[in-house]
Design a protein around this ligand. Structure first.
Ligand code: V47
Length: 413
């Protein structure tokens, strides 16, 4: 150990004392990366043992039309100015896309822009009910707190009332985006039109009390200070004390292409690794730290597993639906086969575990029972379930699609 501050931090951890602001900043600055990694890996193993999680899921950005004007964003489109880039999927299209790779998945993950024409209860509630009827085994991980704040304001409903509507229609989990950095200074400079920190936290706390789980994120690598990063983590830890329900924290490394903050460039590998380890050690009441392959790339994710992370997120399905990070320069593909997740996890010495949004466990070869819903059978005709050529990273998703088709063809139970 070469950093005496880490010795004090280790003593606190051993005696069960939560780490404070100075500890957080010391970890984000340390050059003793090996000791930091050892501490974070031990904290991960106290939480999840040898397990590392992944999910078979379908990822969709249902609209990129957004008027929030966040300065880090390369995804948002003003419909009146860039009609050829604007995407607003009708609900039939979102439903059909969810089924493109079959039915053998455990999560639909959708986030979109603040689009006045799509972000309404009239659009979402029937679509959510349709998903739940057709795919009862698939959990709905929809919206961020920023989108829920928008919905509440446009329908003039309280957060509790809007959550009641969404939960009633089948919402299982709220995505962790919209958190950015909680600092008022950061928000005023970077995302002044977005829900503020107090309301972001309130929406998640209301959701947790209603039995809807959620994730939390932090966007790092632009104008924030290290103190502001640590304050963000402490605010999440305190919120989890008040109203538990955050399953995972996901550090979001800034992607600089095509947005107003591009002069900040890419985060470094060292900064990424320190961020994962610091999050693991500060957030002692959050079970999972997610290294999201779409954001960090598979290689940094694999290293992050040795620095406190215990989740790699999901396969995403097979077509080019992810737009937030692809608009901002990610070189990750659109799809990772679950066999590739298992290989990367096993190589680090851990045990891959298939999960859903709320971290229920599934055998890796689990397949849903046939439920014979006609519109699902229709959507799974061979032409609809064949992944397009050239989009996949790793092996194609055909084994999953084939399993799904078998399940639909099997006798009803
Ligand atoms: O809030 C946008 C981020 C978020 C950029 O719950 C950017 O598992 C970096 O909700 N560089 C939305 N980040 C995405 C989101 C999410 C992401 C990953 C995991 C989960 C989860 C949810 O994307 C936004 C913003 O913080 N973002 N642009 C950018 N250029």
């Amino acid at each position: 150990m070469t950093d005496p501050k880490l010795r004090d931090i280790e003593r606190k951890i051993d005696s069960g004392v939560s780490l404070d602001r100075a500890d957080g900043v010391a970890m984000l600055q340390t050059q003793d990366i090996h000791t930091l990694g050892r501490l974070a890996k031990a904290a991960k193993e106290r939480k999840s043992g040898r397990d590392v999680f992944y999910v078979l899921n379908r990822y969709i950005n249902s609209t990129n039309i957004c008027y929030a004007n966040c300065r880090f964003c390369s995804f948002a489109v003003d419909e009146s100015k860039e009609r050829d880039r604007a995407v607003r999927m009708p609900s039939d299209e979102v439903f059909a896309k969810a089924l493109e790779t079959g039915i053998n998945f455990n999560q639909i993950h959708i986030v979109g822009g603040h689009d006045p024409k799509q972000l309404t209860l009239d659009y979402w509630l029937p679509l959510m009910r349709r998903f739940k009827e057709a795919l009862p085994h698939v959990q709905l991980s929809l919206f961020t707190a920023a989108e829920i704040d928008y919905l509440a304001r446009r329908h003039r409903l309280s957060y509790d009332a809007i959550m009641g509507e969404l939960h009633g229609a089948g919402l299982d989990n709220i995505n962790g985006g919209g958190a950015e950095v909680f600092s008022p200074r950061f928000r005023a400079a970077v995302c002044p039109n977005k829900v503020d920190a107090a309301h972001w936290l309130e929406i998640h706390e209301v959701a947790h009390r209603r039995g809807v789980a959620s994730n939390a994120t932090m966007l790092y690598g632009t104008i924030e200070t290290l103190e502001e990063r640590v304050e963000h983590l402490i605010m999440l830890r305190e919120s989890q004390e008040r109203s538990p329900g955050f399953n995972a924290f996901i550090p979001l490394a800034f992607h600089p292409d095509g947005n107003e903050l591009s002069s900040h460039g890419w985060t470094s590998g060292l900064d990424d690794i320190r961020m994962f380890a610091t999050a693991r050690l500060m957030l002692d009441n959050v079970d999972h730290i997610k290294a999201y392959w779409m954001i960090q790339g598979l290689k940094v994710c694999q290293v992050a597993l040795a620095f406190g992370a215990d989740d790699m997120d999901g396969t995403h399905g097979s077509t080019d639906e992810e737009r937030i990070y692809h608009s901002a320069g990610t070189r990750s593909g659109q799809y990772v086969d679950d066999r590739e997740f298992r290989r990367l996890i096993e190589e680090v010495g851990y045990v891959p575990v298939r999960r859903n949004s709320t971290y229920d466990r599934f055998p890796h070869d689990w397949a849903p029972p046939n439920h014979g819903v006609p519109e699902v059978k229709q959507a799974l005709r061979p032409s609809a379930s064949t992944p397009p050529a050239g989009k996949a990273v790793g092996a194609p998703h055909d084994r999953v699609s084939a399993a799904a088709e078998d399940a639909v063809g099997a006798p009803s139970n």
